[in-house]
Write a protein that binds this ligand. Structure first.
Ligand code: ZN
Ligand code: ZN
Length: 183
């Protein structure tokens, strides 16, 4: 695991623990949740449980650690970064407390409403331009490309329109998938 991912996972865990205290009465078994970064862009989060619901794997899009995570979410008191995490934590709570209820059914929506999160649709990131691969420069500009750059080094043209500049090198954020929102 590279260090940016380790920092992202540590941040997810710390925020999940704070939300567990503030919103869930410390009842979520976070020690049994494995947090993983994902490269997905449109599916911002997901959580899976094993058969007896004693272990969970939560994936959260790396995209959310950037400026996209700061975006407000309609109908929520949380920004997109926290909204996706809270959404997945409510799924964990439901796996334990109401496993027979449908995943985004009345039980789920009522919990989301009580917490101040968006009760119904899962948030998605709307990209300005279509493209299969999302890149980001250190200043936060996003570039979508139909083809992957591969090993080519490319820098952000908005930051340096003249030539390749290693200070503004574009980094691959991930492949844009067709799945929508947080699961
Ligand atoms: Zn830039
Ligand atoms: Zn969901």
């Amino acid at each position: 695991m590279s260090s940016p991912d380790a920092a992202f996972v540590a941040s997810l865990q710390a925020r999940a623990e704070a939300f567990n205290r503030k919103l869930f009465g410390n009842r979520l078994p976070l020690a049994n949740v494995r947090f993983l970064p994902s490269a997905a862009v449109r599916q911002l989060g997901s959580v899976r449980a094993n058969a007896d619901r004693s272990a969970f794997v939560m994936r959260v899009a790396r995209l959310l650690e950037g400026p996209d995570g700061d975006r407000p979410v309609d109908g929520s008191r949380f920004n997109l970064r926290d909204e996706v995490l809270v959404h997945e934590l409510v799924h964990v709570e439901q796996f334990i407390s109401a496993p027979d209820e449908p995943p985004h059914g009345p039980w789920f929506r009522e919990r989301m409403r009580a917490i101040g999160a968006r009760p119904r649709a899962c948030p998605t990131v709307q990209l300005a331009a279509p493209g299969r691969w999302l890149y980001r420069c250190p200043a936060g500009h996003e570039v979508t490309r139909l083809r992957r750059y591969g090993r080519r080094r490319v820098s952000c043209r908005r930051c340096d329109p003249r030539a390749y500049n290693p200070n503004h090198r574009l980094r691959l954020v991930g492949e844009i998938t067709s799945a929508g929102g947080a699961e």
